[in-house]
Design a protein around this ligand. Sequence first.
Ligand SMILES: NC(=O)c1ccc[n+]([C@@H]2O[C@H](COP(=O)([O-])OP(=O)(O)OC[C@H]3O[C@@H](n4cnc5c(N)ncnc54)[C@H](O)[C@@H]3O)[C@@H](O)[C@H]2O)c1
Ligand SMILES: O=P(O)(O)OC[C@@H](O)[C@@H](O)[C@H](O)[C@H](O)CO
Length: 515
Amino acid sequence: MIKQRLNRISLEAGQKHVFDELTEAPVTVLQIGEGNFLRGFFDWMIHESRKQGLFQGSVAVVQPRPSGKPKIEELAEQDGLYTLVTRGLENGSPVERKQVITVFSSAFDPYSDWEQFFSLAKQPQLRFVVSNTTEAGLVYRQEAYSEGKPVQSFPGKLTQLLYERYIAFNGDPAKGLICLPCELLERNGDTLRECVLRYCEDWRLPQAFRSWVVEHNRFLNSLVDRIVTGYPDAKQAEQWFAEWGYEDPLLTTAEPYHLWAIEGESELEQQLPLASAGLNVLWVDDLKPFQQRKVRILNGAHTFMALLGMLKGLSEVRAAMEHDELGVLIIRTIESEIIPSLPYDQTELQTYAKQVCERFLNPFIQHRLSDITMNSLSKFQTRLLPSLKFYLQHNEAFIAQKDQVGSDGESVSLPQGLAAALAALLRHYRIVKVDESGYWGQSFTGEQYLLRDDRELLIKLADIWALFHQAERSLQETVAVLLSLEELWQSNLHAAYPQLAEQITSIIEQWEREL
Ligand SMILES: NC(=O)c1ccc[n+]([C@@H]2O[C@H](COP(=O)([O-])OP(=O)(O)OC[C@H]3O[C@@H](n4cnc5c(N)ncnc54)[C@H](O)[C@@H]3O)[C@@H](O)[C@H]2O)c1
Ligand SMILES: O=P(O)(O)OC[C@@H](O)[C@@H](O)[C@H](O)[C@H](O)CO
């Protein structure tokens, strides 16, 4: 229950009744993940819908894993309240809106309060499970079932919760849940269902439970889109806190733009009234076009500019977009390389891309490139590699066709922008130092930055680059080794396209010369 500790966060005038209602509202949503994104996206949507009297429930939020900073404790200490500032251009005019979001009726750590977690399973009005545990969290991880104790993984915990619910309600078909994972994975709902079913098998749970999961629970695929930049820089935070008369360590910031495309029938809107609250929530038959255009255009461009931008000593998205060469390169890559690789209406894609670039240029939001570069090794695989492979395969087919009429000796290459993106990834992960803090890369301007990525991959990359630093391998040989790492490209790029190493090496060498 929400504790009456409103001294840390003062409610805006007129909002008190919303808060009072919340303390009485049944928990209809379990949220797994307390991060910035869900608080700046899903919880804000629920808040808007509640404000209009459309959504009557409340949200119970838990952290998804035992480690990490105890943000959930801070949230509980703040009675589940936090501030969201939405700022940017809306229909061409600048807006800056501050809201205290009131949707959480409880915030707790399931690892120290497992009974409370189980008690949610027995809550008849619970209807939705929403999650965002990053791509790293929505995975199957083999682990033993533990009676009365939470397992580590998010899908494992969800299976435990569903099993408790199945038992509590004797397999009542009406008590199945609707799961809405928000992780940026293609077909995230299908992935979650597969993980749950694997746990059913691993843990030898009754067949009748498995059937109940399949027949009476939904795992919806969805795509989220909103730039949520979290806590602002210290100067901005101080200015706001002085203005508001309170400090909020859980303050988060977001752009006005938002889209949630959910693959499901529009009747579900009755249970989750978000579109009816005026929010840009679309119930769609096929999510693929929404997914591909967003991940390849927006996230692809983000990953590219973050990798190359940091190498050039830049720190924010807007600075990268306003940079003479980089800004032009990003726009050209989206328009002439990424969009043509997508099998959808090209004019619509160009319009979407224009909107995305305007969002990147949002003068009111500070989006740190270093945040975007986190886990770039896996992000590259979903966000840029498909566009890149499109060209490699098409060039190959084109050359093969010409070979049949007697032309040979041509090499398969990448268009300029995507080649630069690949070169930037490899150069960004040129590990120059390893210490107790981790693995360090170094920009063209000599600044060192900590690489945040899969540890096993970093160990491997450090070993590869060590031979280059010891002058035992040339740059091109190093690039060739990197291009043959199947775990990075889902295939051996060097074996398939031996000429690629030369193209990538010459880009990196040119950047180094331009220093
Ligand atoms: N911030 C945005 O603009 C934005 C927009 C769309 C999608 N997203 C998605 O949100 C994710 C980042 O979330 P955020 O911005 O809220 O960051 P955040 O750091 O505030 O929150 C990350 C959340 O994921 C959990 N998490 C991290 N690694 C995990 C793991 N291995 N297993 C289980 N849980 C794990 C954390 O505990 C936390 O709850 C990204 O994966 C991104 O795809 C973010
Ligand atoms: O959040 P990440 O780290 O997965 O990716 C960084 C950005 O590309 C991402 O957060 C976008 O801002 C977001 O996907 C916009 O909807």
